[in-house]
Design a protein. Structure first.
Lengths: 325, 325
């Protein structure tokens, strides 16, 4: 069996060989730009590793691998427009490099193209594959809506936040694994284990991302810490902190995360971090991440498949969640 | 066999019975609003009539009928945002009633929902159906891009315009018919005839729409004439007029359709109409529409299917193109 790098390379090559440019170029140049920006290509890699895990031929799943990554990039493209994010992977986002209408329409086209990719290679369990993809796409849209709702919602609970990131992030990772497995004759209950592995992998990944915004090493993390604080984003960090605060600290934290707050940005980040440290937030969040990590491992352990097929999935989990165990 | 009204009623009932509201309501309220605004429901009606034409059970195609109309309404929703249109069917468009982000995301969700509908009922020729839908969606996006390009392109030719409306309008009508037929065991060459009928129906419909903007009876047409002229839209009317103009008239028409033109809107509409009338535009356009109408009829005539099954399609053609033959 192969290691993680093997599947990452397979995916890399797949994207290098694919032609995204076509007429009208005003539509396809942004599609090509977006799909060539790179990124970690986690979803197609998970998909192919899952096919191999159950003894399938990964070539049969290449269309789906292209499709799931094209879909993921479509959601990033539209999210960047909705969030007014100027940069993605260090490059200007499509709505900034071109304009809003180009971002809307080339995004729509990428979603349409993802279906073309999914339909490229028929498979015995095609209907299950397509239904999984369709339902996941609906869920991801719902997750993005909850995320936007939370910006204006004063009392977001931890449970609501976890439901949101489950939809917005975890189900697509889980679907990538499930779809990969559906290109084999893996039994449904094994696929279910794999899906649940993906859910907890996704939750751990997102919580880790939230943690790094507060406690990341800028040199390693590659971006300035505290951005979620500057943006008043109600991530796992402030929502967990609120459950640990006394009344005074809670009021202060709410005030800092409101638009009424008058201190400058760096002062604000420092003040928020002071509260996080006073309530002992970091180990609590690390524990929560570890819980998701352990649950992911348990589902992988429970899976009746060769251990060397699971190895790349364990590798990916360790890479994403920054743990070496 | 049944008449056109029978299938229109079947579609009407289908939409009345369908539940579009769900959580989060911020996402689904605009979906419900858009899908309940009505409209002529031409595409699902064509789809069911095509299923019946080849002896199929229309119930088996209900999912696809919901899917194709949901997709069509998604394209209108995003087009209205891109074109900044304030009204659709006399009601505020989604981006005006809510906001731009809601229009983007609820549109994306409608496209995702259209796939759920298409996958609701499996069919023996499922893969052909889904591929037709996926490829058509890509083509419709390309058509919209050409339409946006033409706004800034100084020398749009008649051929380019016809290719654009083929993609933007005709292929979805043709796909509706083809997909309907794919729910039966109709032979491929008969489906091809039906598809071509749809293409020419679509072209005739769009050219008729262009004609009505200049020559429609406001009382019957339901909207003010001359809007395309006010918007400098290079429709079939000015593009055909340019082929009939002398040099002086052509220069004047180009000037009137440019942003440099200084006369007021009503004066502008009158001046453009004067040129249209001077070059004898109306009968030429009517002839072009009639040509498409006749081609549509020829494909329908060539179709090896019961005449009473074709009757609702002839009815729809006559209704859309405003002819009673």
């Amino acid at each position: 069996m192969n290691n993680l790098k093997y599947y990452l390379d397979e995916v890399q090559q797949l994207f290098e060989q694919e032609q995204f440019l076509a007429e009208p170029q005003e539509l396809y140049a942004p599609v090509d730009y977006t799909l060539r920006l790179g990124g970690k290509r986690i979803r197609p890699t998970l998909l192919l590793a899952a096919t191999a895990l159950f003894g399938g031929n990964t070539t049969a799943a290449h269309g789906a691998a292209l499709g799931i990554e094209t879909f993921h990039n479509f959601t990033l493209l539209h999210d960047d427009l909705m969030d007014r994010s100027p940069l993605r992977r260090g490059q200007p986002t499509v709505y900034r490099k071109w304009n809003e209408n180009t971002a809307i329409l080339s995004g729509d086209t990428m979603y349409a193209l993802s279906w073309r990719y999914f339909l490229r290679q028929p498979a015995p369990r095609q209907l299950d594959i397509l239904r999984c993809f369709a339902e996941t796409a609906i869920g991801v849209c719902e997750g993005q809506q909850y995320d936007m709702n939370f910006e204006h919602q004063p009392n977001v609970t931890l449970d609501q936040y976890l439901s949101m990131i489950r939809l917005k992030t975890a189900i697509l990772l889980a679907a990538a694994l499930k779809i990969g497995a559906l290109y084999t004759n893996a039994p449904d209950n094994e696929i279910e284990h794999l899906y649940n592995f993906g859910i907890h992998l996704g939750l751990a990944f997102q919580l880790q991302d939230d943690l790094l915004d507060g406690y990341g090493d800028t040199a390693v993390f590659g971006k300035k810490t505290g951005q979620d604080i500057r943006d008043n984003k109600k991530t796992f960090l402030p929502l967990t902190a609120l459950t640990l605060c006394n009344l005074e600290q809670a009021a202060r934290l709410r005030h800092l995360f409101s638009n009424n707050n008058t201190c400058n940005e760096e002062e604000k980040v420092r003040n928020v971090m002071d509260i996080y440290n006073a309530v002992g937030l970091r180990p609590i969040v690390e524990q929560a991440i570890d819980n998701e990590f352990q649950k992911a491992c348990q589902y992988l352990d429970a899976l009746n498949a060769p251990e060397d097929g699971k190895a790349p999935l364990r590798e990916l989990l360790a890479t994403l969640v920054g743990r070496k165990k």
